[in-house]
Design a protein around this ligand. Structure first.
Ligand code: ADP
Ligand code: SF4
Length: 688
């Protein structure tokens, strides 16, 4: 389809200092859990983005010195010449598709605990390490330290040029970098020319920009990533105050301004807490203060929203981390008029969990993310069919939908059946809960693709039995029948059923999602620790119930630390008036009281409760699989070559894991059985 001329503006070239970006799509730096430890995987992932049409593809933050060691997190590393080769893989992969490669040079100051290098952390002034409870402090930098740091930064810029990068970032963002720590009055208590007035606090950033330009500015563009607002009022940088003043002061020094809000959880807010374009109110002043091109982010997935940013003079480049992860081919799809094919980011931050757990990045919408090198997966292409197998997929949740989409793309004949009239399984159910409407994009993208595949037949409102599967005549059967929430409370804190949970008045998340009414006062017992417990507490509170959330963990939705949401979730519940009881296990429900035990002392307490919502663990809906496995002769007689349970029906997990399971089956069902590790690994170079 030809491109809609309304979007032409997105494909205009833009000059950035000595280089030219071919369009306005800019993949800003983002972490990926691969970095220096898995350089081939990292390079392949960035190369795919370039192939997908991004004009600029950036690395994550790249540590410039051993005193900026943020192990166990895995970022880029450019400590000395020996790191150049790994980064060159990235710039080569990006250049192979005609894009510009950008590198974000970072010194993390007192955010770097230096657990691996054992260097003493450094900061503008002596201070505890921030961002963790690591029992260590950073020392205040002397003038000699500042000179050394400037030298390291200059050396890193020179090495970046040798590694083939076109754009070199000076990083002053996210409360994560020395250049920003010097700017922040709360961190900088110096009395010399680097402290005190804003001019003094900005001196280091100015020097870094000037010195980077001096070192490599003839060949490479110098970008500054700067957080214009920290969302902490007078205590921090504010876009109406010092944020604006810094840009005004340094306006024409860099070749490009990459502006956002700080810290990381504000910059990468989830869809539960922030809508597309949420940074505009903070960054829109920037273009009025500088003539240099400006890039900003806001989880942009709609081409109309992108055009609006450019036309209204808010941004020159559409910056994206997550939208480029969910769909590395987003620019090309807009360029080719394939708007309906865009796989929109759902704003769940599963991608962030890779960085925070030091494992390769993954994505709910894009199961190939992080698998480009080690599995050879490509987000847009897949090998054609290997034979004439026909498939019956039972269950059209995220697992079944993705499996059907991909098997259909390969050209196989597929029937996808679901008991419900509306497909989508858990994503349809959960998307009706407060704040989770974007989850429906997992279903909608796949339905859109399936509707184009004549070789995929969809049977709605069709509950399938084992006898029907035997009769159906498909050669391969895929069971993606999902899971349901347990009613007995068994999960982590309770490995046996909770006393009284067989009573009326005990509800599961499935009951609430099915619309059952819950009496007040209600206790939500969350032993799941991801998002559902808090979302249900929010739902009930908004329905005006008296709600207490009880959890054996030390905080609400404990695992959402990894999706950068925990603070917001707990704050929201407190503000809504949900009572919170942490470090409490629920041991009994007697119909009017829940009985609790302190997880440390065992001390007993109780709470009035007309209802308990138990958010514990889930049980696979695997009965079809068990029935069929018990009848090998009948399977053989029916000509069925394989029956596989995949996704939540095999073992309940995240939506990302469900999509991955469906994708994996479609790519790998015809691989030979093997005990080999099913992906490539990278090994540290042998010592010379
Ligand atoms: P997953 O996350 O693994 O995709 P879901 O729970 O989201 O799992 O989806 C499972 C889907 O399977 C649901 O839409 C459900 O209606 C469907 N399902 C379960 N059992 C049957 C069955 N016997 N016949 C048809 N559909 C079924
Ligand atoms: Fe978007 Fe979620 Fe994918 Fe991250 S994991 S890119 S937030 S869909």
């Amino acid at each position: 389809m030809p491109r809609d001329p309304r979007y032409d503006i997105l494909f205009e070239p833009v000059k950035i200092g000595p280089v030219v970006a071919k369009n306005r799509f800019f993949q800003v730096p983002h972490c990926n859990g691969m970095g220096h430890a898995r350089p081939r995987a990292h390079a392949a992932m960035r190369g795919i983005k370039a192939e997908g049409g991004w004009a600029v593809v950036s690395t994550e933050e790249v540590e410039i010195h051993a005193s900026s060691d943020i192990s166990p997190h895995i970022e880029g590393r450019l400590w000395d010449d020996r790191d150049i080769g790994a980064l060159q893989l990235v710039s080569d992969a990006v250049h192979a598709h005609g894009a510009l490669a950008a590198i974000e040079l970072a010194h993390n100051g007192m955010h770097a605990a230096n657990l691996y290098s054992r260097e003493v952390p450094i900061a503008p002034s002596p201070i505890c390490l921030i961002g963790s409870y690591t029992p260590a402090q950073a020392r205040g930098m002397t003038k000699a330290d500042i000179r050394a740091y400037r030298r390291w930064h200059r050396d890193a810029a020179l090495r970046s040029r040798r590694a083939g990068f076109d754009i070199v970032y000076v990083y002053a963002g996210h409360d994560l970098s020395l250049a920003m720590h010097f700017l922040q009055a709360r961190h900088n208590r110096r009395s010399d020319e680097y402290g005190g007035s804003l001019v003094n606090r900005a001196r280091l950033l100015r020097e870094l920009i000037e010195e980077t330009k001096d070192a490599i500015g003839g060949d490479c563009a110098v970008a500054v990533r700067f957080a214009v607002d920290e969302l902490r009022g007078k205590d921090g940088i504010e876009s109406r105050g010092e944020g604006r003043e810094v840009i005004a002061m340094l306006a024409e020094l860099p070749d490009l301004w990459d502006v956002n809000i700080s810290d990381w959880q504000n910059d990468s807010a989830t869809s539960r807490f922030a809508a597309e374009g949420y940074q505009e109110e903070f960054v829109r002043f920037v273009k009025g203060v500088t003539s240099k091109p400006v890039v900003g982010v806001g989880r942009f997935t709609s081409p109309d929203a992108m055009v609006s940013q450019i036309r209204r003079g808010v941004l020159d480049f559409v910056g994206a981390a997550r939208p480029s992860i969910a769909d590395p081919f987003l620019p090309n799809k807009i360029a080719n008029g394939d708007i309906d094919d865009i796989r929109e980011c759902i704003g769940c931050n599963i991608c962030v969990t890779g960085d925070l757990t030091s494992t390769p990045i993954r994505c709910t919408q894009n199961p190939t993310m992080g698998e480009e090198w080690r599995k050879g997966w490509h987000p847009e292409s897949i090998p054609p069919r290997s034979g004439d197998d026909s498939f019956l997929i039972v269950g059209a949740g995220p697992t079944g939908l993705e499996c059907a989409r991909l098997l259909g793309r390969r050209g196989f004949s597929v029937t996808l059946a679901d008991a419900e009239p509306v497909l989508g399984g858990r994503v349809t159910r959960e998307s009706r809960l407060p704040g989770l409407s974007a989850w429906a994009r997992v279903r909608d993208y796949r339905m859109q693709q399936l509707n184009r595949l004549p070789n995929v037949e969809i049977l709605r409102a069709s509950r399938v039995t084992a006898a029907e599967i035997l009769e159906f005549g498909a050669r391969r059967v895929v069971l993606a029948t999902g899971a349901h929430w347990r009613r007995d409370g068994i999960a982590r804190a309770n490995l046996r059923p909770i006393a009284g949970f067989e009573r009326a008045g005990v509800f599961t998340p499935d009951d609430l999602m099915a619309g059952m009414r819950v009496p007040s006062p209600a206790v939500v017992f969350d032993d799941d620790h991801f998002y559902i417990g808090a979302v249900l507490a929010e739902k009930l509170r908004r329905e005006d119930l008296e709600v207490t959330l009880v959890t054996p963990a030390e905080r609400v939705s404990a695992w959402t630390v990894n999706t950068l949401e925990q603070h917001r979730i707990q704050k929201q519940l407190l503000e809504l008036g949900v009572r919170i009881e942490t470090n409490r296990n629920l041991v009994e429900f007697d119909g009017s009281l829940v009985h609790l035990e302190c997880t440390y002392t065992g001390r007993a307490s109780s709470l009035p409760a007309a209802a308990v919502v138990t958010v514990s663990s889930r049980q696979s809906d695997d009965s079809l699989g068990l029935e069929l496995a018990a009848e090998p002769a009948a399977l053989a007689a029916a000509g069925i070559a394989s029956v596989d349970c995949i996704g939540d029906c095999l073992a309940p997990s995240t939506i990302a894991a469900a999509v991955y399971a469906g994708h994996r089956y479609a790519r790998e069902f015809d691989w030979p059985q093997s005990d080999e590790v099913p992906f490539l690994r990278e090994y540290p170079a042998r010592a010379d």
